[in-house]
Write a new protein. Structure first.
Lengths: 156, 116
């Protein structure tokens, strides 16, 4: 398994660097260009949500991305340091065709074979996604909601 | 993202290169705003060299399209890679944009509309 942990300040300019570094890591991990597109765009969507809904573009708050590449799967965690983003995302309604935002989670759900949103005890949101290396595309996308502390222990 | 601009008849053609995301989407909107200020409202975007688009980039295109429609103009897209076209389809935006396989077909359609 190959893994990486990346951390970014919540500034708009950070997205470009993040995309470069994630793309570079995926390439080094043996994920070819076409296979990396769905993964890259899904990570980008989670990153944008963390930036805008989670950390409210506060540059003092960070976004962490962990990527683990295995023989058959790619697992990704995107975590923010904000408050209550999970409520914003789960309360979303279908957007009108001329809406300029609100489509990110739909894209993630299409590409990831598993998606899990968790609220950390600190209030931050963790988006966990699993992608298949062999075939991209939606399998049984299971959206799970849970509360967990920073050590990953679940609580009521 | 790089934006190369040229005029073909009454159509302003922008060839985009790189990633269309939050930051570059804002830059594209600003660039097109400048075109609108010159009283031009027919815009064609060539996406041959767009290697990545996310929902923020799509949001920028939707914003541009709404502005074009307000001005009773026209916005066309062409040369989308399969993985870019797929993003439009996943988000059900492929039916609200005029998407052509090639720039030539797109520009020819402006002549057809004009002469109709």
């Amino acid at each position: 398994m190959i893994a990486v942990k990346l951390k970014y300040s919540s500034k708009l300019e950070a997205e470009e660097l993040m995309l470069e570094e994630v793309e570079s890591f995926l390439e080094d991990a043996g994920i070819d260009f076409l296979q990396s597109r769905p993964i890259l765009v899904s990570i980008s969507e989670a990153f944008t949500n963390a930036l805008t809904h989670g950390n409210k573009k506060n540059p003092e708050k960070s976004i962490q991305i962990i990527i683990r590449v295995d023989v058959s799967t790619i697992e990704v965690e995107v975590t923010d340091e904000g408050q209550g983003a999970i409520k914003v995302i789960t309360a979303r309604k279908p957007v009108g065709e001329f809406a300029e935002s609100g489509r990110g989670i739909n894209i993630i759900e299409h590409y990831a074979k598993e998606t899990k949103l968790s609220e950390l005890e600190s209030g931050g949101l963790k988006v966990f996604m699993v992608f298949s290396r062999s075939k991209q595309g939606k399998r049984e996308s299971q959206i799970q909601l849970s509360m967990e502390d920073n050590d990953g222990n679940q609580f009521e | 993202m790089e934006i190369n601009l040229n005029e073909t008849g009454n159509v302003t053609v922008l060839s985009l290169k790189g990633r269309l995301d939050l930051a570059s989407g804002s830059a594209l909107k600003e660039r097109i705003k400048g075109i609108f200020e010159q009283e031009k409202s027919s815009v064609h975007l060539n996406l041959t060299e767009v290697e990545f688009i996310n929902s923020s980039g799509l949001g920028a295109l939707v914003s541009i399209m709404k502005e074009v429609r307000l001005r009773k103009g026209r916005l066309t897209l062409s040369n989308l890679a399969n993985y870019v076209q797929e993003i439009f389809e996943i988000t059900q935006l492929s039916h609200i944009f005029e998407i052509f396989a090639t720039q030539e077909e797109a520009l020819n359609s402006y002549s057809t509309v004009t002469s109709a």
